[in-house]
Design a protein around this ligand. Structure first.
Ligand code: 13P
Length: 356
């Protein structure tokens, strides 16, 4: 392990006002999202869509790194360039999702443990040779009055830390993602208690497995009320709840925090990230960045609908979202930004999405 290189990459991933584009949906998840818009669920359509994302003009002005799925890192752009190489050429660090998904945890109804440790060392070496410089593993934690169980938290914390140690051994920066889900009617306070407990379990295991904190990025959920909770706190309240929770449970040595979006609307995710940066940027030990999938991609996917003629318009929507999130990192996002898409990047678009 080259410690200096790892720390360098980790810092680069959260540098400036930029964030990460998560485009690592597994085939079933990507297909489900395509199905919502009647997009054919084929390997070639998934490739075309990912090419649309990666070739969005000026993406690197707001994005430091992009997380790919195994299928994508083995694919090429139309011009024959492998995806990882295309990202690197654009100044974006390629990353790779390496877990194999959340599976039912035996003895723990409705809870899961994320798998993928078997053979991981060899897979990581292969991804490194393909150009990846960071990796991602997501643990899923369900919340209600009694969940999560200790068994679920510890099993996932253990797997996350074994994964993180293996990543650092081969020179990949691990993104450690313990996601406390928004699904449910729990109050925000309950999310805060659970998130803190999960993070404590994760950092305890990372310490036990000798993971170097300066060479990792934490990808946590924001502390939010459940989707069905009747009280939905304001962005400022979410910012306070989230950052206070992180301050209690996340060591200052961690190189950066890059939030997942978790099913929030795109605008809400930007507004909440913005509130955190306005209120805390100058006094927290880590950059507060983003690593959104849905909150960045959703508007673009909705416009694209699998049609070549709408590619430019979809890219414009993607560009707009990453710019909004970069503004949120600076604490400069305002809802007014949503009225106008940045025309500057593409020139004006016709009704069909063609540049005119
Ligand atoms: P969302 O931002 O859609 O939650 O996805 C982030 C991610 O990488 C999930 O693993």
């Amino acid at each position: 392990m080259n410690i200096e290189q790892l720390v360098h990459i980790a810092k680069d991933l959260v540098a400036g006002d930029k964030g990460l584009l998560a485009m690592d949906e597994s085939n079933p998840t990507c297909n489900n999202r395509f199905a919502e818009y009647g997009i054919p669920q084929t390997e070639e359509k998934r490739r075309t869509y990912r090419e649309l994302l990666v070739t969005t003009p000026h993406l690197a002005e707001s994005i430091n790194g992009a997380i790919l799925f195994d299928e994508t890192i083995r694919q090429r752009l139309r011009d024959g360039t492998p995806f990882a190489k295309a990202l690197t050429a654009r100044g974006i660090i390629p990353g790779i999702k390496v877990d194999t998904g959340a599976k039912d945890l035996a003895g723990h109804p409705r809870e899961s443990v994320t798998e993928g440790l078997d053979g991981l060392r060899d897979r990581l070496k292969e991804y490194f040779h393909m150009g990846a410089r960071f990796a991602k593993w997501r643990a899923v934690i369900r919340v209600n009055e009694v969940l999560p169980s200790r068994g679920c938290m510890e099993a996932n914390a253990h797997a996350l830390s074994r994964y993180a140690a293996l990543c650092q051994e081969v020179g990949l920066v691990p993104i450690v993602e313990p996601e406390v889900l928004m699904e449910g009617d729990h109050a925000m306070d309950r999310s805060a208690v659970v998130t803190e407990e999960v993070l404590r379990a994760v950092f305890s295991q990372l310490y036990t497995q000798r993971v170097m904190l300066e060479g990792l990025i934490l990808k946590p959920n924001m502390v939010l009320p459940g989707l069905e909770c009747t009280r939905q706190e304001s962005p400022d309240e979410v910012a306070d709840g989230t950052v206070n929770c992180l301050l209690r449970a996340v060591p200052a040595a961690v190189s950066g925090i890059a939030f997942l979006s978790g099913g929030q609307s795109s605008q809400m995710a930007s507004a909440r990230l913005n509130a955190m940066n306005i209120r805390f940027r100058s006094c927290v030990p880590w950059p507060l960045a983003f690593s959104f999938a849905r909150a960045i991609q959703q508007p673009a996917l909705q416009i694209w609908q699998g049609k070549n003629s709408l590619e430019l318009e979809a890219q414009q929507a993607l560009s707009h979202r990453v710019r909004c999130n970069a503004a949120a990192r600076r604490g400069e996002y305002t809802p007014d930004m949503e009225g106008t898409r940045d025309q500057g990047t593409f020139g004006e678009l016709s009704a069909t999405g063609k540049a005119i």
